[in-house]
Each structure stands twice: as C-alpha cells, then as structure tokens.
Design a binder for this molecule. Sequence first.
Ligand code: EPU
Length: 345
Amino acid sequence: MSEAVRILRDAPLDRRNTFGVAARAPWLAELRDAGDLPGLLSRPEFRERAPLVLGGGSNLLFAGDPDAPVLALTGQDVRVLRDDGTAIVRADAGVQWHGFVMHTLDLGLAGLENLALIPGTVGAAPIQNIGAYGVEVRDFIHAVEAFEPASGQVHRLDAAACRFAYRDSVFKHEPDRYIVTAVEFALPHAPTLKLDYAGIGDEIVAMGIAAPTARDVANAVIAIRRRKLPDPAVLGNAGSFFKNPIVAQAQAEALQAQYPALPVFRGNDGTTRKLPAAWFIEACGWKGHRDGDAGVAATHALVLVNHGHASGQQLLELAHRIADSVRERFDVAIEPEPRVIGAAW
Ligand code: EPU
C-alpha cells in the first residue's frame, strides 16, 4: 500500500463531525488515492465490517461510537475533462464542497452558485443529493465514480443510475454498497439563474445589482446562509436536522385549511407536497429552545445545535421530543436528514 494511507487505532472523532460531539472510531484510515482502497479493505481490521465513510462530518450525528472502521478520502484533484460549451469537471471525493463551487465560478462555469457555503465534501454531495435555494446537485451531476467493495470494481454511475430524489440517492439506500471516490459535474458557461426561491431575488436587489451573474447569486446565497444558519465552526450543528416531510396533496390541503399561514411547496411529483418541517417545529415552540447544551438554533427551527458539551445521545433525545410533539399536534411525521450513527432513530 502506498504512503498515501494513514491508519490510526481508537481515533477521536470529535473534530471530524460538525456537531462537535465526542465519539471514537475503532480504526480510522485516511486515504489520498482511491486506488489504495482494495489493499486497505483487505486488511483484517477493515475487512469484517463495511467502513463508515466520513466526508466533512457535516451530515451525521454520533449518538454513540461507530462499531465499524472509519474511512476518510482525502484526494484533492480537480480537473476539467472536456469543454464544448458545457464543461465536464471531475473532482475527487475529498475536495471541500464550498471551495469547489467557488473554483467552478472562477473558471467561468455556472450551475452550482445556489449551493454555495454548504458544508461537507464533493464525495458527500451526491449521497443525499444536497440542495438549497431551488437547486439540487443532481441537476448538474454527470456521473459518480464509486468503488464497490463486494466486487472490487470501480463503477461509473450516470445520473439515472444514481436514482436521485429529494435528499436521497442509491448511495443513501444502500449505504454499504458503494464508496464514492469522485464526481463528474456538467456545468454550462451560460448561466440559467434561479432567483425565485426564498429571498434570493430580494437579496440581489438589496445588494443593488440589476443584472446578476452566477457569482452574484453565490454571494447572495452566502449572505442569506450566514444570517440564518449557524456556522458549525462557532456553534456545532449539521444543517437541517429534519427533512421536509412529503405528504399527499389532500393532507397538505387539509393542513393549510386549518393553518392558512403554513407554506406548501411542490413535492417530487404532482400528487405530493413538501411542507416546511421548520414551520411545524417553530409552531410547537422549539425555536431557540435549550436543554443543557443541546438546543434548537434561535435563527432557524430546523437546525439542532450543540452549545458546548452536548452528547450525541442528548441531541438525539431532543430530536425525538421535537418529532413526537410535531406528530401529536399536526399528525405529520418528520425524520432526521443526517445519518444517525450508533443508535436507531
Ligand atoms: N420556517 C419557519 N421557521 C424557521 C425557519 C423556516 O417557520 O425558523 C419556514 C418558513 O415558512 C420558510 C420555510 O420554513 O418559508 C422554509 O424555510 P427555508 O427557506 O429556510 O428552508 P428549509 O425548508 O427550512 C431547506 C433545506 C436547507 C436549505 C434551505 C434553502 C431541507 C431539509 N433543508 O430548508 O438545507 O438550505 O431549504 O434552500 O430540505 C440542509 O439540508 O442541511 C439545509 C440547510
């Protein structure tokens, strides 16, 4: 195995999860070159259980220690593979997402501007099909390269094979089947800006810009996110803790008849509607709530926060109380967006 592999035993994960909760991995491997995966996964400590692949640690909650070895891919290669009006850009899984978005804008490429400032890595982006401000990453994914431990093969999945849906993909359905090693994006030079979602257009106007560029949109998104979402470097969190529930159109209409202020969004198809979990959580009085060091952000009801020394278990208990109260009051089930490790939801 090459020198690009580093293996640690009984490794602390506190700084490898954006909630900043304490956890330890039985084994931790950092691997720069995905070509070293077969060798690593044949070692006894990595062979028995499918490893937990850690990106930026921004979409998981350690409610306990993982019982599997942990793997972090650290490759940083970014390359334009070809460019005929739409560029195909390939980035290693270990590249930081926000830096990558800004780099594509530097290259004069558009598409990812609404996804600026999302924490995490390129490799994590397709797993839950990250999305914000009216754009989902699936809109710009050309292919995902993934190593399949069972076959020892590297697969190149096109967007259809990834089976993307709202915060969902084949990688989330079968978490142990693939290890995402790189992602190819198809990015146009000529932007089709999406300004209609939640405050982007207003923000651009407030910035005094009449004819926005893709970079202006990224700057607007960055400004909105900085106002609403706590910076994990300052206050531990994993972004939205709950997914927005998707319900039948009839249930959405019944709820809206009873609560006219409830916003209703389009679902995955014409028969479903997406409802803002944050609205229900705020209505139940949780916004800004604090139980010791486990709390709900004062600026956004969907974000659970660690005020200092909350344990993953305490955050999970708070999440359960929140979900129970929303179910009791509105008969709507809300589910965590991050992966919960070391406990069942
Ligand atoms: N709302 C409240 N109270 C709040 C916050 C929001 O009632 O404290 C209501 C408002 O009515 C608002 C609606 O919820 O109109 C939607 O709020 P927002 O635009 O902030 O978006 P969201 O649905 O809460 C989703 C994503 C975010 C993404 C934003 C912006 C999910 C689970 N979350 O949040 O993604 O940044 O839209 O596009 O889909 C993440 O996934 O970690 C994440 C931060």
